[in-house]
Design a protein around this ligand. Sequence first.
Ligand SMILES: Nc1ncnc2c1ncn2[C@@H]1O[C@H](COP(=O)(O)OP(=O)(O)OP(=O)(O)O)[C@@H](O)[C@H]1O
Length: 231
Amino acid sequence: MGAAVLLLCVSFIFYKRRDNKKRTPFRRHDKQVLKRYDLGGDNGTSPASIETFLHNYTLGRPTRFSYKQLKKYTNNFSYKIGQGGFGSVFKGQLPSSFTIAVKVLDVATEKRWVFNHHVMNASSGEDSGNMDNGRVVDSKWHTCEGKEEKDMAMRMELVGLWCIQFEPSKRPSMRKVVDMLEGNVVIEIPSAPFDGRFPGSVWRNNVPIVQQLETTSSIEITQSSEYLQGR
Ligand SMILES: Nc1ncnc2c1ncn2[C@@H]1O[C@H](COP(=O)(O)OP(=O)(O)OP(=O)(O)O)[C@@H](O)[C@H]1O
């Protein structure tokens, strides 16, 4: 009789645990993930679609701070806490009083910083000031020193855009990446990484930001035929 009761208890506990597992696909303490998860699917445990999930997930993407903000948070870079091979690290504090470390690269002279700033904005589609009839005038790289540096910057940005294609089959192989970086092949303008579904992509309103190149440029950039077909 005792053994039967014990067996019943064990079965009950086992059943309960299995049931709980089925209903909670995420670790319970990971509230952040649950918050972002769209409860639109079966029993509220799966998202309505992967697109919905990714869209919600991007809300939790890394935060980008402006140089002005970082200057403020670090009290004008006044408290140096370390030195790395490529720059100095400063202590700072976010408005939420969260303590942060901010690294300033040695090469970040005013001129180069402006260049990086532009490249970053271009990648996120925030460089709207440069848009001219759906095209970005060749201003992003005007702060680069010399044609070679400018070409390299363009190459790197385009390769980066190819590498973040949502569709894995569209991402280039390492061999192709090397070829593109070395300038051995023509680099096409990739199609929108997320098919224009996400805000802040390089394709604002499905209009690609196309770089106008100098005809003398050593690299050639064309729109992808795929994109043209889709128009
Ligand atoms: N998050 C942090 N908190 C506290 N101190 C930090 C932090 N990050 C960096 N430091 C300090 O700054 C120093 C340099 O850090 P950094 O990350 O720049 O080192 P590194 O990897 O050698 O640099 P590099 O990549 O430029 O060669 C560290 O040794 C440490 O003293």
